[in-house]
Ligand binder design. Structure first.
Ligand SMILES: Nc1ncnc2c1ncn2[C@@H]1O[C@H](COP(=O)(O)OP(=O)(O)OP(=O)(O)O)[C@@H](O)[C@H]1O
Ligand SMILES: [Mg+2]
Length: 248
């Protein structure tokens, strides 16, 4: 996967159903989407519209019933076992509720995804660099419970970056945070994109967050119902006017 500019994504007629018979629900319904390498895309839509499911399918946390996901030259939906595990290591996933391991220190939480691999000293060095990059230098030995929500989310972001992903999938990364802290987390993601070259796909309910992304894709009942290019001759600083127009 490309690490300089980030990964390109192609989602093709992707469908994911849950349940059977009369109870069957189509969470992602024939979604096709291409995402340019290095772009930051906001995935919006009402609760239950399929945002998390789509992120899970792209991150190969769940399998599609129909359609395909291609990331750079890898057909993710066709991967099996070892190749799938390798792909998952190369995609960063930030969950809404941080999912930190409460008994592990901040440093060990960041190292956790690569623990089975050799070279703990190298991993620790990289983890420290990442914690520094997310503004948590000096907190390596703290436990998650000793950190604020925003700090825990920073740990989760550092952990997601451990495998140097070309693609970062973030499921409401600012959802549990106040708007100032949420804005800082987005600053951090945009800065990481600039410095490391990454494609970022983030689910959000917040118009102020979506307005700062390059593109907005809205899902309704599992389908794409709006797809807006937000880089279109706009002043990126003018987020409030953009947010108002987005009617989130
Ligand atoms: N594991 C599951 N089993 C059954 N139904 C599921 C499962 N996961 C999701 N769904 C259903 O699929 C639909 C889409 O859910 P999803 O979590 O993707 O929505 P969302 O847009 O992320 O919502 P929210 O904004 O509340 O996070 C919902 O109706 C949900 O109930
Ligand atoms: Mg969700």
């Amino acid at each position: 996967m490309s690490e300089q500019i980030g990964s390109a994504i192609s989602v093709d007629h992707l469908t994911r159903r849950f349940g059977t018979g009369a109870d069957q629900l189509t969470a992602v319904d024939d979604v096709s989407l291409t995402v340019a390498a290095g772009s930051v895309v906001a995935l919006t839509g009402p609760s239950g519209s399929g945002k998390s499911t789509l992120l899970h399918l792209i991150g190969a946390i769940e399998q599609a019933d129909e359609g395909s996901v291609t990331v750079d030259d890898v057909v993710v939906s066709a991967l099996r076992r070892a190749a799938l595990a390798r792909y998952r290591q190369r995609v960063g996933f930030v969950f809404q509720r941080y999912h930190l391991l409460p008994a592990l220190t901040v440093l060990d939480n960041v190292i956790a995804p690569v623990l089975p691999r050799r070279g703990r000293a190298d991993h620790a060095t990289r983890a420290r660099e990442l914690l520094d990059a997310v503004g948590l230098a000096g907190r390596e030995r703290a436990l998650p419970a000793q950190l604020s929500g925003g700090q825990q989310q920073r740990v989760a972001i550092a952990r997601a970056l451990m495998g140097a992903p070309g693609l970062l999938l973030a499921d409401e990364p600012t959802g549990n945070l106040d708007s100032t802290t949420g804005g800082q987390i987005l600053d951090l993601l945009l800065d990481l994109r600039e410095r490391h070259g990454m494609t970022i796909l983030l689910a959000t309910h917040e118009q102020a967050i979506a307005a700062r992304c390059d593109r907005l894709v809205r899902l309704t009942d599992g389908r794409v119902t709006e797809d807006l290019d937000l880089t279109d001759g706009e002043d990126p600083a003018d987020t409030y006017e953009r947010a108002a127009r987005l009617r989130l």
